[in-house]
Design a protein around this ligand. Structure first.
Ligand code: PLP
Length: 463
C-alpha cells in the first residue's frame, strides 16, 4: 500500500463493476436471531406455506432465511440497479466548512432516481420475484408515496399490474405523487376505502379518518388475497426488504475502503428500518464478528418514537390485524401519530432485525422533534444544495448535532449518514415550516398507553 494519502473527492462513485453481486444477510451473523413471525391464531411460527399465500415464494424464503450470509442478486436486478446506481458517497466539504467542525462528514445519497428514495432498491427485487413466479400483479400500501412510486416504476419495467393503497391524507396532500404513480401505470386508491372489507370497517368505526399506514397495509393484504395471481408486497419493515437495501451499505463500505476511510459514527433515519438496516448491515456484521466497532444511531420522530418509547413485543404489522405477528419495538398497531406530524416515518413498529440489534445494545436511538428536523433540512439545502426528504432530514439533524459536538470537543470523528431521498413532493410540509406554522407534538404517556393497549396479549408476549 502506498502511504501517499489519496485526495478524497467530493463524490466517490464506484465503477459499475464494483457494485455488489450479493446482498448481505446480517441475521447470519446475529447470535440472537430476530424472533420468527407468528400466526396470530395459533401463535406458532408462520410456515413457508402460510406466508406463501400473502408473499411471493422466493421472498418468503428470504424472509425466513436466518443463516445464509450472502444471497445472490439476480442479473436482471443488477442491470436495473445500473439505471440509477451506484449512488454517490458524498463528502460534505461545504457543510464541514460552514460548521467549522473538525468532523469529517459523508452521506450516501439515494435520491437520484424518479421515485426520489432508496425504496427502488427493494421494489425492483420484489417485482422481479413476483414476475419470476408468473404472477399478474402486486398490491401494496404507500404512505408518503415514495414506495408506491418505486413499485410502480419496477412494475412498469417488468410489465406487472400494480395496485396501490395510498394513505388518504397523502393522497390529498400529494396529488403529484399520485400522478407519477399513475404515469407509471399503477392504480391508486385512497385508504381507507370502500373497496375492501377492512377499509369499510375502519370507515364505519372512524368516519372522517385521514388514514394510516397500518390501515392501508390491511387493505392491500386483503386485496392481494382476494385476487387470483396477486401477492402483497411491502416497502419496509420486513427482513427481505432490509436484505435488498444492503446494497446501500455494501456500496458505502466499498467506497470508504477505496479511500481508507474509517467511520466512527453511522447515522440513519428509521421509519420501518429498511434504509438504516441496509446501510448499517455490513458494518454491524463486523461488529457482531468482533472485527470492528462503530457507534450506530437510529433517528426517529419524537411524535412516533417506536424505538425510544415503544414496547419490545409481538404486535400486528397493520391496524386491521390481518398480518402475522412480528416481535419488534412497537407503539401499538392502532397508534396514529398526531395530525400535525408532517415528516414521514409514521409507522408504529420497526424492523425485527433492528429491534433485536437495539435490544442487544448494538445500536442507539434518538428521537427528534420535527421543527428541529426542518431547521436541519433547510440548513442542509442551503449549504449542500440537495433538498432533502423530511425523513432523511432526521438523519441530517443528528449528523449536524454530532458534528457540532466534535467542534466543541475538538474530536475529528468521521460521520457517515444515509441521505435517503429528496423532498420535492413534501412542499406542503416545507410550506408550513416556512410560514412558521409547524409545531411539535410529543405524545404523552397517556397517548402511548392507548396504543400499547392494542398490542395483543397472549402467553409469552409479556411486555
Ligand atoms: C420510506 C422512506 C424512509 C423510511 O423508511 P425506512 O424503511 O425506515 O427506510 C426514509 N426516507 C425516505 C426518503 C423514504 O422514502
Amino acid at each position: 500500500m502506498s502511504n501517499i494519502k489519496k485526495e478524497i473527492p467530493y463524490k466517490i462513485y464506484l465503477e459499475e463493476s464494483e457494485m455488489p453481486k450479493e446482498w448481505y444477510n446480517v441475521r447470519a451473523d446475529m447470535k440472537n436471531k430476530p424472533a420468527p413471525l407468528l400466526n396470530p391464531k395459533t401463535y406458532q411460527p408462520m410456515t413457508e406455506a402460510e406466508l406463501g399465500q400473502i408473499f411471493c415464494e422466493e421472498l418468503v424464503k428470504q424472509e425466513l432465511d436466518t443463516t445464509t450470509p450472502f444471497i445472490e442478486i439476480p442479473e436482471e436486478i443488477r442491470n436495473f440497479y445500473k439505471m440509477y446506481r451506484p449512488s454517490p458517497l458524498v463528502r460534505a466539504y461545504c457543510l464541514e466548512e460552514k460548521l467549522q467542525t473538525p468532523a469529517k462528514i459523508y452521506y450516501k445519497f439515494e435520491g437520484n432516481n424518479t421515485s426520489g428514495s432508496h425504496k427502488l432498491n427493494s421494489a425492483i427485487a420484489q417485482a422481479y420475484y413476483a414476475k419470476e413466479q408468473g404472477l399478474k400483479g402486486v398490491t401494496t400500501e404507500t404512505g408518503a408515496g415514495q414506495w408506491g412510486t418505486a413499485l410502480s416504476m419496477a412494475c412498469a419495467y417488468l410489465g406487472l399490474d400494480c395496485q396501490v393503497y395510498m394513505v388518504k391524507c397523502s393522497y390529498e396532500q400529494k396529488p403529484f405523487r399520485r400522478e407519477v404513480m399513475r404515469t407509471y401505470g399503477a392504480a391508486v386508491t385512497p385508504s381507507p376505502s370502500d373497496t375492501t372489507e377492512v377499509g369499510r370497517k375502519i370507515l364505519r368505526e372512524h368516519p372522517g379518518t385521514s388514514g394510516s399506514l397500518g390501515c392501508a397495509i390491511s387493505e392491500a393484504v386483503e386485496r392481494a388475497v382476494q385476487q387470483e395471481g396477486y401477492r402483497y408486497v411491502l416497502g419496509s419493515v420486513l427482513n427481505q426488504v432490509l436484505l435488498h437495501q444492503t446494497v446501500i451499505g455494501l456500496e458505502t463500505k466499498t467506497a470508504l475502503e477505496k479511500y481508507d476511510i474509517q467511520p466512527d459514527i453511522i447515522i440513519g433515519c428509521a421509519g420501518g428500518g429498511s434504509n438504516l438496516g441496509g446501510l448499517i448491515s455490513p458494518f454491524v456484521g463486523e461488529k457482531l464478528r468482533g472485527e470492528k466497532d462503530y457507534q450506530i444511531i437510529a433517528v426517529e420522530p419524537a411524535s412516533c418514537p417506536s424505538l425510544t418509547r415503544g414496547k419490545f413485543a409481538y404486535d400486528f404489522c397493520d391496524t386491521g390485524m390481518v398480518t402475522p405477528l412480528q416481535k419488534m419495538y412497537t407503539l401499538g398497531n392502532n397508534f396514529i401519530p398526531s395530525a400535525n406530524h408532517a415528516g414521514g416515518l409514521r409507522y408504529h413498529g420497526m424492523s425485527s432485525i433492528l429491534s433485536q440489534l437495539y435490544h442487544d445494545g448494538l445500536m442507539e436511538a434518538r428521537a427528534v422533534e420535527q421543527t428541529s428536523v426542518f431547521e436541519a433540512a433547510e440548513q442542509f439545502a442551503r449549504i449542500e444544495g440537495i433538498l432533502p426528504a423530511p425523513e432523511s432530514a432526521h438523519a441530517i439533524r443528528v449528523a449536524l448535532d454530532e458534528a457540532i459536538r466534535c467542534k466543541e470537543t475538538g474530536e475529528e470523528k468521521t460521520i457517515v449518514f444515509g441521505l435517503t431521498g429528496t423532498g420535492y413532493f413534501d412542499m406542503y410540509a416545507y410550506e408550513k415550516f416556512n410560514n412558521g406554522q409547524m409545531t411539535d407534538y410529543i405524545p404523552t404517556e397517556k397517548d402511548l398507553e392507548q396504543g400499547f393497549a392494542g398490542i395483543p396479549r397472549f402467553p409469552g408476549n409479556e411486555f
